[in-house]
Design a binder for this molecule. Structure first.
Ligand code: ZN
Length: 326
C-alpha cells in the first residue's frame, strides 16, 4: 500500500512534493506527538501509513531510491507541508528560538564546501598550480563541469550551499562556507580542507555535481579512504565520515527521489576514494556528494530546477542533522 510511493519513477517529470514543497523529515515526524500529527493532517492514507510504520513497515518495493541505501522506507509524501517549505525541523514542537531543547544545533559547527568557483575559468594559471595533498600533488582546483546548456557546476554548488546554510542556521548550527563567490578562484583543495579543520567542524560536506556520460545517472557520496602519508592522515575520520555519508545518502534519496548512481558505487550511492585532497587533508568528518550528472539530460533537468535543489539541500540537511544528533 504505502509502498506505492512517489519513487516508482524517481527521475520522472512528476514532482511528488509540489513546486516548492519538501517532504517533512520522517524522523522528525515520528518524534512528534501523535496527536499533533493527527490534528494537522489526518486522512485515511495517513492513518494507514502511520499504522504501516508502527508495524515496522518493511520499506519494500516501489521505492526506487532505496537501492542499497540503509533504512529507507516509504516516503511520507502525503505529509508534505508546502507552507513550511524548508524548515527541515520539528520546529512546531519547540520554541521559535530553538533554545533549551535537545534538538537545537547550537554549538555545532558545519562547514559547507561549494565545489569549484564561479570564476575559476578566468584564473587557469592559479588553479593549475599543484598543491601537496599528502599522498601526491594535485591541481589547486578545477573549473568543474556544466550542463550541456551551460549551467555551471560552480553555480549549482553555491546555490545548494546557500540553501543548506539557511536550513542549518535555522536549527541553530554555526555554518561556514569555504567560498561564497567572494574570491577570484579556489580556494585550493588543501585550503578547503584546512578551513574545515581550523573551524573544528563537527561535519563538513563538499557539494558537487558530476560530469559523466549521458545515461549515467543518480547521486553518490564520496567517503575518505584510510590514508597516512605526508600531511594526510584520515585514519581517525574514516569511520565517522562513513556514518555521515550513509545518513546523507539515505536522506538525499528520500528527499529528492533520486536513485543512487547507476555508474559507480554498485547501487549503494557510496564511493570511497583516496585521491581527493579535500578528503585526504581533513581531520574532521567530511564527505563529498555528487548530486547528479550534469551531462545527462534527465539529471540536468533536475539539477537546473530550483525546487529540486531545495530538496537536495533538505536531504543534505537532514543527513547532517541526524549525524550531529548522534
Ligand atoms: Zn566538482
Amino acid at each position: 500500500m504505502s509502498s506505492s510511493g512517489p519513487h516508482s519513477d524517481p527521475f520522472g517529470s512528476t514532482d511528488p512534493y509540489g513546486p516548492y514543497g519538501s517532504p517533512r523529515p520522517r524522523r522528525s515526524l515520528l518524534r512528534r506527538p501523535l496527536t499533533v500529527a493527527l490534528a494537522a493532517l489526518v486522512p485515511g492514507a495517513l492513518l494507514g501509513w502511520l499504522a504501516y510504520e508502527a508495524l515496522g513497515g518493511s520499506g519494500g518495493g516501489g521505492d526506487g531510491a532505496a537501492g542499497g541505501v540503509a533504512g529507507s522506507g516509504p516516503t511520507p509524501s502525503v505529509l508534505s507541508s508546502p507552507a513550511e517549505g524548508a524548515t527541515g525541523t520539528d520546529g512546531d514542537a519547540r520554541p521559535t528560538t530553538g533554545a533549551g531543547t535537545g534538538d537545537s544545533l547550537e554549538g555545532k559547527v558545519v562547514v559547507i564546501d561549494p565545489g569549484h568557483n564561479l570564476t575559476n575559468s578566468q584564473h587557469t594559471a592559479d588553479i593549475n598550480r599543484k598543491v601537496d595533498i599528502g599522498t601526491n600533488w594535485k591541481e589547486c582546483d578545477t573549473t568543474g563541469t556544466s550542463t550541456n546548456s551551460g549551467y555551471s557546476e560552480a553555480k549549482f554548488t553555491l546555490d545548494v550551499a546557500h540553501r543548506l546554510r539557511a536550513l542549518l542556521e535555522r536549527q541553530g548550527a554555526t555554518v561556514k562556507l569555504t567560498q561564497d563567490g567572494d574570491r577570484p578562484f579556489g580556494p585550493c583543495v588543501d585550503e578547503r580542507a584546512r578551513i574545515g579543520n581550523a573551524a573544528h567542524a563537527d561535519a563538513v560536506v563538499s557539494i558537487h555535481a558530476d560530469g559523466s556520460a549521458e545515461g549515467n545517472r543518480g547521486f553518490h557520496v564520496i567517503l575518505p579512504g584510510a590514508v597516512h602519508e605526508g600531511a594526510a592522515d584520515t585514519r581517525a575520520i574514516v569511520a565517522p565520515s562513513k556514518d555521515l555519508g550513509k545518513l546523507i545518502a539515505d536522506d538525499f534519496a528520500l528527499s529528492t527521489g533520486s536513485s543512487p548512481s547507476n555508474y559507480v558505487g554498485d547501487g549503494t550511492g557510496l564511493v570511497t576514494r583516496e585521491d581527493l585532497g579535500g578528503l585526504n587533508l581533513s581531520t574532521v568528518p567530511k564527505v563529498f556528494i555528487e548530486c547528479g550528472n550534469m551531462r545527462d539530460t534527465k539529471d540536468a533537468a533536475l539539477l537546473t530546477s530550483g525546487a529540486w535543489r531545495q530538496k537536495a539541500a533538505q536531504g543534505l540537511s537532514e543527513g547532517i542533522v541526524s549525524f550531529l544528533h548522534g
